[in-house]
Design a protein around this ligand. Structure first.
Ligand code: S3P
Length: 168
């Protein structure tokens, strides 16, 4: 049995695409915390935020993290806010190698622009919001075991780096 590979970082960092490719390359199961929350709740993240609020979403997210952190051999694609909770950090690090996919605010803005499914970025000035949230979250993300800057890289290059880190 292998440790989980846990991808964290801001919205638009490329966690989901990297998780899918790693799943194929390693022949491992991929789980997305956002998808698990949506499945359990039977509604989208946007709906959960709108109807029940962010605090409720964070509780759902924490339940899902607790469940998957008990397992092994997974690739875990984490929602961007998961490392803000210290229990989530401890649970995911216990059984997993945690990799922070970093990108500059400009790149994150470009990658998330025009996509409407992320309630936290549905604001008048998403670029400014990204800068503010990233400044607050950076110390939490830095609790990862490894950091990879994805800003000017293609997904396959990011995955090569992740695999090199894991094999080392
Ligand atoms: C969030 C990131 C989203 C999703 C929710 C909140 C965040 O996931 O969990 O909209 O707080 O950064 P992605 O990082 O997969 O977009």
């Amino acid at each position: 049995m292998n440790k989980n590979i846990v991808l964290i970082g801001f919205m638009g960092a490329g966690k989901s695409v990297a998780a899918r490719e790693l799943g194929k390359r390693l022949n491992r199961k991929v789980v997305s915390t956002d998808e698990l929350v949506e499945r359990k709740e039977g509604r989208s993240i946007a709906q959960i935020f709108q109807e029940s609020g962010e605090a409720y979403f964070r509780r759902c997210e924490k339940d899902v993290v607790w469940e998957i952190a008990q397992k092994k051999d997974l690739i875990i694609d984490c929602g961007g806010g998961i490392f803000l909770d210290s229990d989530n950090v401890a649970n995911l690090k216990r059984n997993g190698i945690v990799i922070y996919l970093l990108a500059t605010p400009e790149v994150l803005f470009e990658r998330t622009q025009g996509r409407k499914h992320r309630p936290l970025l549905n604001v008048a000035d998403p670029h400014q919001k990204i800068k503010e949230l990233l400044a607050i979250r950076e110390p939490a993300y830095r609790q990862a075991h490894h950091v990879i800057d994805t800003s000017n890289k293609k997904n396959h290059q990011v995955c090569d780096e992740i695999l090199a880190l894991i094999e080392s």
